[in-house]
Design a protein around this ligand. Structure first.
Ligand code: HEM
Length: 405
């Protein structure tokens, strides 16, 4: 079914571009996202064993939650709140960002409770979205929200084992795959494809539950689920077709397909190594978090930025730089894990950090320059007076659907 005129493929109106005024309203949340990312990256360097100042004794232990909940959790729940359009839903990104900051500055218990509360708000938002649109993809994304809630509750309980981080990974994996399923609807999926997706995500969920009873068996089942999800995405996702196009669409497809390949490698690693905590622990986590999730973030930035912050991100060839760096760095790192080579592991880890920082610099810089240039062309300052809509200043924003691979 064709979308209504002026609406994207999800039936949503295209995002309005409000120039820097739109950004200003979300600036406090953006500051929290940036803080968590930078603190998480610093903690990553410490976890690599590099000789950098420790800053805070608890920082290394907070690396995972800083990246998953503070950085990505704040961004994703902000995107959900914007999509839902209800003020209370913004308590999720606020709780996630603030929760991590409070945790870092010594308020571990209240901070962890804020993270649990944010997961509860996101779950409530997912329920409202499901009631509005009772579809498999809404249910899967709801499963992602519940995964956050469980993972954050385990962390509050003082657990820092594979089970805890598997549940937190569940938040990202189910959110992202649910999102891809939603877009795959436009290729008129046959019932078999939907059932296969349901089966793959059910195996993944079952594995998470099993980890409570038997961590090794559960981890292996999680691996089967990851492999099945990767196979499904590789077979049914639109990216397989759009990789043959050009420009932004092709770049996005490359991000997605590379992400699916890493998800398959992750599945194999979880199956083979089970709940082992040696070198494979790093590989199990970062094939998912960097190979799959960050690749998807790189690919969706040009959609997320306009939808959430209402600023355009025109495609630049330079986008390929951080993408190649991310995957090359991860390959070196995983090779280091596989051969117990500490130098390769550290080098790959540092390249991963550079790739993420380059991504922020390139995408942020592109968005800022595009916004300023458009405002100049219109002969107005990008810093609008309060209450003045800049919609007219940025009239040629394509619908979000036009960006999607
Ligand atoms: C950007 C570069 C990154 C570097 C250099 C890095 C580094 C590390 C290191 C060295 C470890 C310890 C591994 C071990 O004990 O075997 C670790 C653990 C972990 N990382 Fe990363 N990481 C990065 C990105 C990410 C991202 C993007 C996420 C999530 C979105 C993430 C989530 C985790 C989690 C959940 C753990 C387990 C934490 C724990 O055991 O306390 N990391 N990371």
């Amino acid at each position: 079914m064709e979308p209504a005129p002026g609406h994207d493929r999800r039936g949503e109106a295209p995002p309005r571009l409000d120039s820097l005024a739109g950004l200003r309203r979300k600036a406090p949340l953006l500051v929290l996202v940036a803080f968590c990312l930078l603190a998480g990256l610093w903690a990553g360097l410490l976890r690599l064993g590099l000789d950098v100042p420790e800053l805070d004794a608890s920082l290394p232990a907070d690396h995972g939650p800083l990246m998953i909940l503070g950085f990505l959790g704040t961004l994703i729940s902000l995107e959900r709140a914007v999509a839902l359009g209800q003020k209370w839903a913004f308590l999720a990104p606020l709780g996630a960002g603030l929760g991590m900051v409070v945790t870092l500055f010594g308020g571990e218990i209240p901070g962890n409770w804020l993270l649990v509360g944010a997961g509860a708000v996101l779950t409530a938002a997912a329920i409202v979205i499901f009631i509005r649109q009772p579809a498999l993809h809404s249910a899967v994304m709801g499963g992602g929200a519940v995964s956050w809630l469980v993972g954050a509750a385990l962390w509050l309980d003082g657990r820092t084992d594979l089970t805890t981080f598997a549940w937190l990974a569940g938040f990202l994996v189910l959110t992202v795959t649910g999102e891809r399923l939603e877009l795959a609807r436009f290729t008129r999926l046959e019932p078999l494809a939907r059932n296969l997706f349901l089966g793959a995500s059910a195996i993944f969920g079952l594995g998470l539950l099993l980890m409570f009873a038997d961590e090794t068996l559960g981890a292996r089942v999680v691996g089967v689920g990851l492999l099945a999800l990767a196979a499904w995405l590789g077979r049914y996702d639109l990216a397989r077709r759009t990789i043959r196009t050009s420009g932004l669409t092709r770049y996005m497809a490359a991000c997605l397909l590379a992400g699916y390949a890493w998800l398959a490698i992750a599945g194999g690693t979880w199956i083979v190594s089970g709940a082992a905590y040696g070198w494979s622990y790093d590989a199990k986590l970062h094939t998912v978090f960097l190979g799959f999730v960050m690749s998807m973030v790189f690919g969706h930035a040009a959609v997320i930025f306009p939808a959430v912050f209402r600023v355009a991100v025109p495609y630049k060839t330079a986008f390929w730089g951080h993408l190649v760096l991310l995957h090359a760095g991860l390959a070196v790192r995983i090779l280091g894990d596989a051969t117990a080579n500490r130098d390769a592991w550290q080098t790959g880890g540092v390249i991963n950090e550079i790739a993420i920082l380059l991504f922020i610099a390139v995408v942020g810089g592109t968005a800022f320059r595009a916004t300023r240039a458009r405002a100049r062309r219109q002969g107005r300052s990008p810093n609008l007076a309060p209450g003045l809509s800049a919609h007219d200043q940025l009239p040629s924003m394509p619908p979000a659907g036009d960006f999607e691979a």
